[in-house]
Design a protein around this ligand. Sequence first.
Ligand code: OOG
Ligand code: MG
Length: 254
Amino acid sequence: MTSLVKAAQIVDEAARTAGAIPQFTESEALGVEEAYAIQALSMERRFARGERLVGVKMGLTSRAKMAQVGVDEVIWGRLTDAMRLEEGGSLSRKRYVHPRIEPELAFLMKSDLSGAVSPTEALSAVEAIAPAMEVIDSRYRNFKFALPDVIADNSSSSGFVLGSWARPDQDFSNLGIVVEVDGRPAQIGSTAAILGHPIRSLVAAAKAAAPIGGLKAGWIVLAGGATAAHSLSVGEYVRTTIRGLGSVSIRVAE
Ligand code: OOG
Ligand code: MG
């Protein structure tokens, strides 16, 4: 069996060099706890190269996302400063294996939050919310994986772009979402698709992050894609608008 350290090196190298790898679960048994240990070890390698932890991403928090990848458990991963893309800027297609983009709602934390919390407690720890997009890029061939594989691979997280921050004391339970590609609607949805209300994703994040010390003030939390993800091609201009919160966009360069 591949050691956790070796597996962490494999996923980290795949992410760093944009090379596809076979799924671990194709050739060996891998548990969810071991998978999170691999994720932690692989991210340690990035931190050793100078990247900084800036938050967490929640994944598979909507039916559309679960159906697209055939995994139906909520997962989480780590966000680093190096993964942040400039709003209205561009991403380089060749730095990814087979990138997809998805609409997200981002939380900016005002205070620490950890463990079992209520939606009200979670909301009072939020400084601001923003429309966002996440670039996901499974390091596994054909974007195919089982639950432990995707967890080990930092839950496919590869980049994120944030729109303008807005006050959290507004009703964001059911805001319309449109993802446009070159001006044409590619995905349509609602924030309600995220566990019924995006705040539930923050509740889940506080619980998930408890073993690593919980969510910290200043961190960003991505609530999870509200629609299926869109596969990116060079030249595309993608813009996500969340009704009442504004837009966020990115261009795909070579
Ligand atoms: C897994 C990551 C899921 C989300 O927002 O649901 C995710 C994947 O789709 O590759 O980021
Ligand atoms: Mg996502």
